[in-house]
Ligand binder design. Structure first.
Ligand code: SF4
Length: 261
């Protein structure tokens, strides 16, 4: 395995970005409200599954005022395929009512206000802030936790702590794209069983180099992010090599959905 002396957070992002140029959310939306609702629906579902139901949902209920007064059973029937449809229907009707009551039906460009809405946590709020409202946000999901952990960018499985760590490593204008890039990498290449052989970040990645995600912490922007082979004792390399997952040569990818306009 080739070594790198420049495994900085910036270098890691650049390497991943070559796989996913123009990384963006794969949810279809036309307005902040639509993205907010679509993101709530995406919990425990795929973006493709959400994109299949939202055209019908938004044709029937185009804004917060319309959805706030919707019949729950009718909404449940429309979003049924996304799973957890009763809880999701209750959440999107409730958040619409809250938007109408406290924000004149508009989606606030403010984290503190967003997380008071039914069904909206930091991840959902960051998705909407970063993609639809022009406010830097770094959503953390299971893909971000897995990929950033393997790359030695974070050393926690706690989403809030991970968000804090990653936002300290990258400038605000990159936060949303860093998240989108890590998410796409986790969906297409750094799968639960990763395809390291085809990964452009493999020479920067402690998981690929040493077989462990427990690399030296990244202290600040510009600081080398990983232990290199030269810094890992030969005995340790031999032990961890046995744990390293087998490489898979096929890359499962899919095209990025276009936003509806
Ligand atoms: S080298 Fe392997 S473990 Fe590291 S980011 Fe790439 S796919 Fe994931």
């Amino acid at each position: 395995m080739a070594r790198s002396a420049a495994a900085t957070p910036a270098a890691i992002f650049e390497a991943l970005a070559t796989h996913h140029p123009g990384a963006d959310t794969e949810l279809d939306y036309r307005t902040p409200f639509e993205l907010l609702v679509a993101t709530v629906l995406s919990a425990q579902s795929t973006d493709r599954g959400v994109n299949a139901v939202t055209p019908v949902l938004f044709a029937r209920y185009p804004d917060a005022r319309a959805l706030a007064s919707a019949d729950a059973s009718e909404v449940e029937a429309i979003i049924h395929a996304t799973g957890f449809f009763r809880q999701k229907a209750k959440a999107i009707i409730g958040l619409s009512a809250a938007l109408l009551e406290t924000h004149r039906g508009e989606v606030p460009a403010d984290m503190a206000a967003l997380v008071t809405l039914p069904g909206v946590g930091r991840k959902t709020a960051n998705v909407v802030l970063g993609h639809a409202l022009g406010v830097p946000g770094l959503p953390v999901d299971r893909h971000v936790l897995r990929v950033a952990g393997r790359l030695g960018l974070i050393h926690t499985d706690d989403a809030v702590k991970a968000e804090s760590a990653l936002t300290a490593l990258y400038p605000p204008e990159q936060w949303t794209r860093v998240s989108d890039t890590l998410i796409l990498h986790g969906r297409r290449i750094c799968l639960p069983t990763p395809t390291c052989d085809v990964c452009h970040a493999r020479t920067l990645c402690p998981f690929a180099i040493t077989g462990t995600r427990r690399a030296r912490p990244v202290a600040a922007r510009g600081t080398p992010a990983v232990r290199t082979r030269a810094t890992v004792p030969a005995r340790s390399r031999a032990a961890t090599a046995k744990k390293r997952p087998a490489a898979v040569t096929a890359v499962r990818g899919r095209g990025r959905a276009r936003k509806r306009r």
